[in-house]
Design a protein around this ligand. Sequence first.
Ligand SMILES: *Cc1c(COP(=O)(O)O)cnc(C)c1O
Length: 425
Amino acid sequence: MKIFELNESSVRSYCRSFPVVFKQARGAELISRDGRHYIDFLAGAGTLNYGHNHPVLKQALLDYIEQDGLTHGLDMYSEAKEAFLETFNRLILEPRGMGEYLMQFTGPTGANAVEAALKLARKVTGRQSILSFTNGFHGCTLGALAATGNQHHRGGAGVPLGEVARMPYANYFGDKVNTIAMIDKLLDDPSSGIDKPAAVIVEVVQGEGGLNVASAEWMRKLDKLCRKHEMLLIVDDIQAGCGRTGSFFSFEEMGIRPDMITLSKSLSGYGLPFAMVLLRKELDQWKPGEHNGTFRGNNHAFVTATAAIEHFWRDDSFAQSVRTKGKRIAERMQKIVRRHGPDSLFVKGRGMMIGISCPDGELATSICRKAFEQGLVIETSGAHGEVVKCLCPLTIEDAQIEKALDILDHAFAAALSEHQANQAS
Ligand SMILES: *Cc1c(COP(=O)(O)O)cnc(C)c1O
């Protein structure tokens, strides 16, 4: 472990929670150099929805490399890109009545896609300000960071983060306060001090922000609010998309029509860097190369993404299995809550993006540490790191779910008894 401490920047973070050297990974399992097997409930923070090294995706990539398919080609036309455009359109967009959206390939990270969406919204509307929400997370480059709530990340900016007005997310003040009515009033009032925004950027389930869930009703009201005040609606589906909530997009069947959608994390299906903005045709006011980047469209990622969509999204059976597994995980989590803290713990989230909220971050961290000792990789999220968050591959086997939840159950018991002993002494 010395080499990492000696030679790698102290900005490294996840490795501090899981201080072993990993060597292999398959499906929902990580294997360390010393041969220990871990169940992966972090899955690249939602990047590995189809698990590690899925054999179908791996074979597609190996075949492509074997034939000397393009690895890098700037944004030139390649067969790999052609196949992705055709497949994504046929199996994802068209069946959902979304054939009107164009695909913009940005630099390969989520933050790149968010930057492009914010830039385009400002360009198209001629307005500067963006509305974003409490506890929202959109990435760590300056534009995306300005829209992000988290103080720890914002503190790293070194310059003022501007042109964003922060609004309360759904249920931020509890379920009796209608935050959309609040925002509407602020936007209607010419003396509220809130400039008319270019766009609203929102997560339907806040991934890093602690698994806060927006209801279909709240999203519909937000959509309407955007039309009323002529703001564009950007859904950041980087973490909640690609099947995580039980449908390809997190907002399906909510009856909303976002102007732009950002996708990254699990889009390549294989953990390869890849990001895209979906935008309505009439918004496509970019001049050629106006928003640029050397790594726009990663050909290896086109190959694995195409294979993933062909393999998992031909019909509804995969989405159905996600909903079934999500229900099972939620049931097991409810049991943990009933057993260990019916008054202090509660289950949050949607689909396979769910977790248990604890009274404080210290307890949640201690639970995750104990789970890791027993072979479960799991992390916290939320404003205070208080939510123990399950983000396992959607392809995880039922037996692995049961085993992982057994470990989590024991971790809650051990951490809580330690916590109580500390408080008593
Ligand atoms: C992870 C994430 C991002 C940023 O993606 P990076 O690849 O880390 O830049 C943006 N939005 C959401 C919702 C995310 O979860």
